[in-house]
Design a protein around this ligand. Structure first.
Ligand code: PEP
Ligand code: MN
Length: 294
């Protein structure tokens, strides 16, 4: 008997022994849970929107107000950032503790829940005061001590897929959260390393196929971040719509009032008008799949 799922490196044995908690118990098993009143599961598409980085108090308050009005369910933004190169100009400097404080102000003033990245365990108590979801960035997908520490807080956890990780390894990371008694886990596809075998369109390639592939194996919600995958503003809209069509159970987008002047990722952030238009189009595609934005 062929015990492998078609085209994947995951065997039935893996499902039983490597990630039994993350694996579906039967074909129809899909987890539903609420985070700060927002429903995750098979029928809803929660929206996470905000700048790459919490650059200033003024910026994050403006974004919180606007994305909430337009229809976002969560405000995203990093105060602690995994920047690829260590050299910073003034614009790139992480805002760290201050940034967390500003996220807290935005949450209080505009009543929007927060997702933000955790880079080091020592900042967890501070971040947990403000965050509704702890984001494990792609670069930390296999930082198991960090994942376990985050899991133990019992805050919901979003695990971004590392751009070099297989579905098998990604599910292994989620199992580390669940084995620590934390059931609110969200998986986020954010683009894999573009293959070097052909001239690629960008640094990363959005692996949309992983959405149905993951859903075949896990009951956890799979969301998609087309901003980091495409790296290029004009492609964010088509790939977001494609992600919804592919069955994404949530979408994360980088939204900035003045994308060209965003401190990080100025080429991929979209402005409020684009965000608003995109949500309208997403609603139409969601309807076709019997799903809804919230
Ligand atoms: C982010 O969401 O800000 C981020 C750094 O993403 P990733 O970990 O996917 O690169
Ligand atoms: Mn980014």
């Amino acid at each position: 008997m062929d015990n492998k799922f078609p085209g994947k490196d995951i065997s039935l044995e893996d499902i039983k022994t490597k990630f039994p908690l993350v694996a579906k118990k039967n074909k129809h098993h899909k987890t539903r849970f609420k985070i700060s009143g927002v429903e995750f599961g098979p029928n809803t598409i929660p929206i996470f929107a905000g700048p790459n980085m919490v650059e200033s108090q003024k910026l994050i308050l403006d974004v919180a107000k606007n994305v909430k009005t337009i229809g976002a369910n969560f405000l995203r933004g990093g105060a602690f950032k995994p920047l690829t190169f260590p050299y910073r100009n003034k614009k790139y400097t992480e805002t760290r503790e201050k940034g967390i404080e500003w996220l807290g102000l935005a949450k209080e003033k505009y009543k929007i829940p927060i997702i933000t990245e955790v880079m080091e365990e020592k900042y967890l108590p501070l971040i947990c005061e403000v965050a509704d979801i702890l984001q494990i960035g792609s670069r930390n997908m296999q930082n198991y001590p960090l994942i376990v520490a985050c899991a133990k807080t019992q805050k919901p956890i979003m695990i971004k897929r590392h751009y070099g990780a297989s579905l098998r390894d990604w599910l292994g990371a989620a199992e580390y959260v669940m084995i620590n008694g934390n059931k609110k886990v969200i998986l986020c596809e954010r683009g894999v390393s573009a293959p070097h075998t052909h001239k690629s369109t960008s640094r990363f390639l959005l692996d949309l196929q992983v959405v149905p592939a993951a859903q075949e194996i896990t009951h956890l919600p799979i969301i998609v971040d087309p901003s980091h995958a495409t790296f290029w503003r004009p492609w964010v809209e088509p790939m977001t719509l494609a992600a919804v069509a592919a069955g994404a159970q949530g979408i994360m987008l980088e939204v900035h009032p003045d994308p060209k002047n965003s401190a990080v990722d100025p080429l991929q952030s979209i402005d409020y008008k684009n965000f608003s238009n995109l949500l309208k189009k997403m609603k139409k595609i969601a309807k076709v799949s019997n799903k809804r934005l919230i």
